[in-house]
Design a protein around this ligand. Structure first.
Ligand SMILES: NC(=O)c1ccc[n+]([C@@H]2O[C@H](COP(=O)([O-])OP(=O)(O)OC[C@H]3O[C@@H](n4cnc5c(N)ncnc54)[C@H](OP(=O)(O)O)[C@@H]3O)[C@@H](O)[C@H]2O)c1
Length: 258
């Protein structure tokens, strides 16, 4: 029988976090590193990844920082080769890279729709497929998809007017469930986190403009902060969740409770 500290311990594991150079990805990377995992972070801007990696190395784990556009097959293949050459395996994949485009449905430009689909849906699938093949070989792995509360229901346009984003996050929710079912026999556990509104430099302007509407949706009456996602990520990455697959864990201050 394992102790609770052992169950949450990630010492020596290898975790890949897409979009790990900033925002929620970097927060989760920090959480996993603090639990002992070696870290791979990737994003399109390799320089920003390297800057983020410096901070993570100070925690005392090994960190590989790499430039990669997750919507491009050849770039994801190249990233996987780099990870295998450096660490020889991957234990955890967090599909976090994602973006929104804000426009009313009747005005949504087709190229922006496609951009959001390519990144949020195809990127999540490609990384799962390519790193999943390595997990299948070892008969173990944990995949954590970053969905959103916006993928669980329709959203008030004064809070989040992004039909493409909300559609893709709904797709990520069901991709999670379907992959969990299909890869259970390989001992690959697939779960999602559905964050509510988290404050980040990128959305601070939108928050200030729409504060009343945004907070009005959150029973805890505050946005998510710099430590609020770490626990869920470590839980789903660790042996503490070894009997959990296909679940969607909301971390949203109660947004989806009412
Ligand atoms: N913040 C929130 O309130 C909130 C709420 C619910 C869900 N989420 C989800 O949480 C995830 C992270 O959100 P965030 O707010 O932290 O976003 P963010 O601050 O904009 O960070 C996005 C990260 O993804 C990377 N990225 C963007 N396009 C990429 C691509 N094509 N390939 C690889 N990396 C790419 C960015 O770096 P580069 O630009 O250098 O590529 C950056 O590292 C997203 O999936 C988002 O939908 C966020």
């Amino acid at each position: 029988m394992a102790t609770i500290r052992e169950l949450f311990d990630l010492t020596g594991r290898v975790s890949v976090i897409t979009g790990g150079s900033a925002g929620l990805g970097l927060q989760m990377a920090r959480g996993l590193a603090e639990a002992g995992s070696h870290i791979v972070i990737c994003a399109r801007n390799a320089e920003r990844c390297e800057q983020a990696a410096e901070g993570l190395r100070a925690i005392g784990v090994e960190v590989l920082a790499a430039g990669c556009d997750v919507s491009q097959l050849n770039e994801v293949e190249h990233l996987k080769d780099e990870v295998m050459a450096r660490f020889g395996r991957v234990d955890v994949l967090i599909n976090n890279a994602g973006r929104a485009w804000f426009a009313a449905p009747e005005e949504m430009p087709l190229d922006r729709w496609q951009y959001v689909i390519d990144l949020n849906v195809t990127g999540t699938f490609l990384c799962s497929q390519i790193f999943g093949r390595e997990m299948i070989r070892r008969k173990r792995g944990k995949i954590i998809n970053i969905a959103s509360v916006s993928g669980l229901r329709g959203k008030d346009p004064s809070v989040h007017n992004s039909i493409a984003y909300n559609t893709t996050k709904g797709a990520v929710v069901n991709m999670t469930r379907d992959l969990a079912v299909k890869w259970a026999h390989h001992n690959i556990l697939v779960n999602a986190i559905a964050p509510g509104f988290f404050l980040a430099s990128r959305n601070r302007g939108r928050y200030e403009e729409r504060k009343e509407h945004i907070l009005g949706e959150i029973p805890l009456a505050r946005p998510g902060g710099e430590d609020d996602l770490k626990g869920a990520a470590v839980y789903l990455a660790s042996d503490a969740s070894n009997f959990v697959t296909g679940t969607i864990l909301s971390v949203d201050g109660g947004t989806t409770a009412w």
